[in-house]
Design a protein around this ligand. Sequence first.
Ligand SMILES: [Fe+2]
Ligand SMILES: [Fe+2]
Length: 282
Amino acid sequence: MININEFALEILKGTSLSQKLLRPDQDLDFSAKDLFFTINKPARSEKIKFGGQAKFPHQSALRLSSERARAIHFFANHELLAIEMMAYFILTLKESTLDNQILRRRVYETLRDEQKHLELYVSRINSLGVEFGDFPLNDFLWRQTVFFTDPQKYFAIMALTFECANLDFSKYYSELFLNYGDQESSKILEIVYNDEIAHVALGVSYLEKGRNNLALWDYYRQLLPDRLGPARSKGNQFDEYARSKAGLDKQFIETQKLFVDPYKTINRKSWKTKDDDIYSKS
Ligand SMILES: [Fe+2]
Ligand SMILES: [Fe+2]
């Protein structure tokens, strides 16, 4: 039997893509095990190291398979980051309570889905002639791990913000790729979309338990770090159906839909900011 923390640490310390896709060959023990570790950044081999900012292709360019490969490479980067962020979060859970054992297991199951997504994306770009690491890989999402100080904040950031936005993106690009005749890529995004509903649902159920008398939206806002606005929880279209399937209530969905960031303009037409990831719709 291998302890979940040992597994999580192997993911973070492993440098190659195959080490990031590691599956335990033994049963996992989800009890607490305090391991000494210092992780500023996950280890990465030269080929998949952090650095630079990939440009997301314009929508019209996605007719070309080479540009679709570039877009899928971008999505794959987010999957790898999700794997590492989830591994990191598992390691931050110190208490040996039954709740934490269940939580480690649930997050591990989500991590396994992210591994599946990464594998699907990588094999797709390979068949389109691109290797993972051929384009720059940014670390914007990883930098949010400093805010993973408790499970509530983790779920507000990961599930209700980034994974929630991915409901919109995955659906949008699944349909767009289908329109451009690329059924294979479209199908992968459809798989990601369906899994993402369950990932958001895990966060929703966790935050529902902690919100007490607060509306979920207000609780969510309270948990989000100042630098990360709720505008990041939306993609380039707004998928109400997926949100309600994930268990978000009507009030939350309506407020989120209408939300406009008063300070920053990360609104749907342009996600261009200096230091983070970019999805450009135009
Ligand atoms: Fe994923
Ligand atoms: Fe996910």
